[in-house]
Ligand binder design. Sequence first.
Ligand code: HAM
Length: 421
Amino acid sequence: MLTTKPRGTNDILPSKIEKWHFIEQTIQELCALYLYQEIRTPIFEHTELFLRGVGKTTDIVDKEMYTFLDKGERSLSLRPEGTAAVVRAYIENKMQANPQPTKLYYLGPMFRYSRPAAGRYRQFHQFGVEVFGSQEPAMDADVIAFCMNIFKKLGLKNLALHINSVGCEKCRPVHKEKLISYLEKNFAELCTTCQERFATNPLRIFDCKNEHCQELIENAPTITQCLCEECDNHLQQVEKYLRAIGLEYILDEHLVRGLDYYTKTAFEIIVEGIGAGSSIGGGGRYDRLVEECGGTDTPGIGFAIGLERVILALEEQNISIPSKKTSKVFVINMGDEQAEIAFLLLAKLRAAGIVADKDFLARSFKNQMKYANKHEFTYVIIIGETEIETGNVPIKNMITGTQTIVAIIDVVEYLTRLEGE
Ligand code: HAM
């Protein structure tokens, strides 16, 4: 117990961290290009926010939330997703007074008590964006294109962009009624979860993975067939803009998403080979959410990408990340007096911005050399008794094998010059 991590969590080890840095850096560069600003919200929020924001009857809130009472008896929950908290922060910090649209992004851990599997974790990381203040279909297309550009920039291939419209409060009741009368006849055949969904949120039955439920729903009336004129126009306009920039997509009438706040556009990006959920990212429009959470009537749209799934997809597609090779220097010393000089030299090298290290385990000369070799140091500086007497030290280039004698006081300058070449 003491030496095992909680189920569904991961240690991100130094051997993997370069991938994370590469992804985070690529994302941050693209956010700067698209003029999104970073926002950081708390890891936990009042439970009520998620009940109201994400929806009481969603699996994410109903079954998967980490909820606890703090010492003041307040019900708090670890955030299962980022949108509700960003909406709360938008309202609380009166961001509606900012120039609109307000374009925000976040990167961080989310928590869902789901059944762990490859690609499905209890603590996972999302990169997400939320845009407030625009209801233009071009905004939807711009947000979707941004999402797809992130995958492109990371080098991912074979992604399928699914889009749909989940309608609004005008057309959804019409669809719900048609769907209920269609499913009523087959109620007994639905799985138990879908029987519950039938009463609470029948639209979610489209999302059921049970094969028999899938068969039953195959020819059911879809929300897309019941869209009101406004939602239908909106969808057509979004499609027009996507076509204008040549972004391929699949119009997927069965796409419903697992969160309650969506209105109109919903989208999901699917990629093979990433385990449990093949969805690597998803999002949509939520024009009612700001008002439902206590703000003024403000449209919104956003998406989130699962970073663990991005890494799985990069690995599955054998995409290697560009490696940042900087040269590094190892200072070898033998004896106490030399150790002190090596320690001082190390400080000077680092102060000059040179990546450097020395032995801290009192290893023999041979073992220090071995260590420097194994850890791919570019240069080795040897400080022994003779070196102290003469004031000159050999600097060995570990790649070419050549050795140069340099006055110890000139070492930093010499290496700085080499770095600049
Ligand atoms: P979501 O579809 O629930 O949407 O999650 C977005 C992405 O997070 C998924 O496509 C997946 O890559 C990743 N993800 C979700 N659950 C897990 C898990 N248990 N383990 C690993 N990865 C996971 C949202 O969260 C919305 N807040 C997106 C959004 C933003 N909509 C509008 N704005």
